[in-house]
Design a binder for this molecule. Structure first.
Ligand code: ADP
Ligand code: MG
Length: 696
């Protein structure tokens, strides 16, 4: 038996390692910096770097790296070894405070969406002291933020950290109003549930589309998909179990609290959920999780697919972002309380989220937008592209009663005001029944379910934190100057419910009627990434992020442009891959099979007395489909040739959506029909059934 508590965090330079390796005064200075985000003095940095390096070397590390999260959405690292020349042709292992705290990085190799053009090309990385350093593959890895020399952030972490500051500031104002003077900090907690597929590596290697684009660009529906619903929570297959065991252990060494592992709805689909952590740590940990999932799957002869929709007709993979607010004294602000006073505070935070989700629906939608996720949102498996909020019947009744000025008391209704509300005792799971809602209250936290499996959780949490911070700030402005706090609170709560209740929906979000109802309510329905992203640069968005000092207009514009470009590039790569595969693999396979049939027909017709109807019919169907294949192949080529170099990022992205994607989908229809007619031995790639059942 392994000693898991000893294993846990053994590769992290965390609090334990700091205490063991740092002189007392240095330790205290570092903790102060970490808690307050203040500047690290050079002598302290030098001492920390020395201790950190010795610790890392004792664990076998030879290199260090500044690890950052550029706007590509994946992580980046550049390794430097610790060696430095010493007299006599020898080397020493060295690491200075300067190297720990700050690194140079050529920003021009990372997306900057226009910032590069107007500002300097160089960028730098700074140690994010709120996230511990760790050892990965023999390298001391230092989590950093990445900025341009002109000061603009070029990564996902910086705005997230700023948004955590914003919500901390505003939430503390509210807590003070409720007489809480003990909390010093409010942190957003995040627990991302990560879905993924595991497919045999040898199979994937024979699917160039999966390798190049992460998803299958064609493939006929398998005879058995997920309709029997026999996979969810089913027994875990031995190869998968071995993978999960190793994944857990490797994550634990890095201090990632991998907790729950189970099968998901689709065949070959699984999920991992960690114990929640502060939003910045959760973001880092989720990146590490995705990275380790991929590399450990390889070791086990499998490929881990993190694409949002690797297989058409089979559930895609999302990432459920569980989110709450917690004080440094351990109080969950979204946990219904025991006393009327606690409940009033709980309701105010709950309403702040409701208002933020309503006012900034479009930004939340944009934070879940990507070419991959467009295939998933709106299917009857994932929430639709419409943002709404689920509170459950009981809480909704409470809000109804408050809005009406009545009291909610069990089933009876008696007149009462907010200061005296006794909430019914909600059993936690009764608030968690609705799995179709994009944004659901689940007892003591909210679950935002729109994110795609491959997403960084940074963007969504940045939006959420900033929007809620802004609303809380508005509440504090009103309440701080109120003559009668309780009366002002009552009015605020009533007005908020009245103004924002249109965002509440407890019904089935997959039903077609909901889309119509949402339109009636005036809710947004941005079906594609191209519709969704411009919200990032609306006047309202620029004002929000500016007010809360999270992102400047320049930063927002650059981010929007990068994501639009990313959309176009993704679709372009997919289209080129599909065109290539069609010509290189599908056409030759169809011709080879036709040729076989034609030869057979010829031989058989030389002999008399045979009925040739099967062969003839098959050959004629194949050849008709072949004609259609040619037409649609040409149409895709024409769509690709029609891409105009001029025009802005939005125009480009719209062209890919309106001209290229439909051409791909039409071509795919023919290929999928052909797959059902061409003999298996002639079909050039593994089928859906083979891929989805490849691991046992
Ligand atoms: P389910 O699949 O039923 O939604 P899981 O156990 O798979 O539940 O995932 C729930 C996730 O929510 C876990 O990652 C958990 O740590 C996280 N979570 C629980 N409480 C909080 C909280 N207060 N803040 C943020 N995340 C939380
Ligand atoms: Mg789960």
């Amino acid at each position: 038996m392994k000693d898991i508590p000893a294993l846990f965090g053994s590769m992290v330079y965390g609090d334990g390692a700091m205490q063991e390796t740092l002189p007392e005064d240095i330790y205290r200075a570092l903790k102060r910096t970490m808690a307050q985000g203040t500047h690290l003095e050079l002598d302290v940095a030098n001492a920390v770097a020395e201790a950190m390096k010795n610790w890392a070397v004792s664990k076998g590390a030879t290199h260090y790296t500044h690890w950052f999260q550029p706007l590509t959405g994946v992580t980046a690292e550049k390794h430097e070894s610790f060696i430095s020349p010493a007299p006599g042709g020898k080397v020493l292992m060295e690491f200075s405070g300067k190297e720990l705290v700050r690194g140079e990085s050529d920003a021009s190799s990372f997306p900057s969406g226009g910032i590069r053009a107007t500002f300097e090309a160089r960028g730098y990385t700074v140690w994010d002291t709120s996230s511990y350093a760790f050892i990965k593959d023999g390298t001391l890895t230092i989590p950093t933020a990445f900025c341009a020399y002109s000061g603009e952030s070029l990564d996902k972490k910086t705005p997230l950290l700023r948004s955590m500051d914003a919500i901390n500031r505003q939430a503390l104002r509210i807590l003070r109003l409720f007489g809480n003077s003990s909390a010093k900090r409010v942190v957003t907690t995040v627990g991302p549930e990560q879905e993924y597929f595991l497919v045999d590596k040898a199979m994937v290697e024979r699917r160039p589309d999966l390798i190049t684009t992460g998803r299958t660009l064609f493939g006929a529906r398998p005879p058995k998909g997920q309709e029997l619903e026999d996979h969810y929570f089913g027994a875990i297959k031995p190869r998968v179990a071995a993978f999960m065991r190793e994944l857990d252990e490797e994550l634990w060494k890095l201090g990632v609290t991998a907790k729950t592992e189970h099968n998901e709805t689709a065949p070959a689909q699984h999920e991992m959920a960690p114990i929640y952590a502060g939003a910045n740590i959760a973001t880092d940990d989720n990146q590490l999780t995705m990275e380790l999932m991929r590399s450990i799957a390889q070791k086990h002869g499998m490929a881990c697919l993190l694409h949002e929709k690797p297989f058409k007709g089979v559930n895609g993979s999302g990432k459920h972002n569980n989110w709450s607010l917690c004080t440094d004294t351990g109080l969950n602000l979204l946990e219904p309380g025991e006393t009327p006073h606690e409940n009033a505070q709980f309701l105010l935070f709950l309403l702040a989220v409701m208002q933020a989700v309503d006012e900034y629906q479009d930004l939340l939608r944009a934070s879940a937008a990507s070419a991959g996720n467009d295939h998933r949102l709106g299917g009857s498996e994932a929430p639709p592209a419409i943002v709404s909020l689920f509170l459950g019947d009981e809480l909704t009744e409470v809000l109804d009663a408050l809005e009406a000025g009545a009291d909610y008391h069990g089933r009876e209704k008696r007149p009462m005001e907010i200061g005296a509300v006794v909430l019914p005792h909600f059993p936690k799971d009764s608030t968690d029944r609705n799995r179709t809602s994009p944004f659901a209250f689940t007892g003591n936290k909210f679950e935002f379910r729109m994110l795609g499996a491959s997403f960084s959780v940074a963007d969504a949490n940045t939006v959420l934190n900033t929007a809620v911070a802004d609303v809380l700030g508005g509440y504090a402005d009103k309440l701080e100057h109120a003559e009668d706090f309780t009366a002002a609170l009552n009015t605020l709560i009533r007005d908020t419910i009245r103004a924002h209740r249109r965002i509440l929906f407890n019904g089935n979000n997959y039903a077609a009627e909901w889309a119509a109802e949402a339109t009636r309510r005036g809710l947004h329905n941005f079906e594609t990434t191209v519709d969704a992203l411009p919200a990032m640069v609306s006047e309202k968005s620029l004002a929000l992020f500016g007010r809360q000092s999270v992102l400047t207009a320049v930063e927002l514009r650059s981010r929007c442009e990068i994501q639009l470009e990313n959309y176009s590039k993704t679709v372009n790569i997919e289209a080129l891959s599909l065109a290539d595969l069609t010509k290189q693999r599908i056409v030759p396979a169809v011709i080879a099979y036709e040729n076989e049939l034609a030869k057979l027909l010829e031989r058989k017709s030389a002999l008399s007395g045979y009925n040739l109807s099967l062969e003839k019919a098959l050959l004629s169907r194949l050849s008709n489909l072949g004609d259609l294949l040619l037409t649609r192949m040409d149409a895709l080529d024409a769509a690709l040739a029609g891409v105009k170099p001029e025009g802005d990022a939005l125009t480009h992205a719209a062209y890919y959506r309106d001209a290229v994607l439909p051409a791909m989908s039409e071509l795919r229809q023919v290929i999928d029909k052909l797959e059902t007619l061409v003999a298996r031995e002639f079909w050039p790639v593994p089928t859906y059934a083979e891929l989805l059942n490849s691991v046992n």
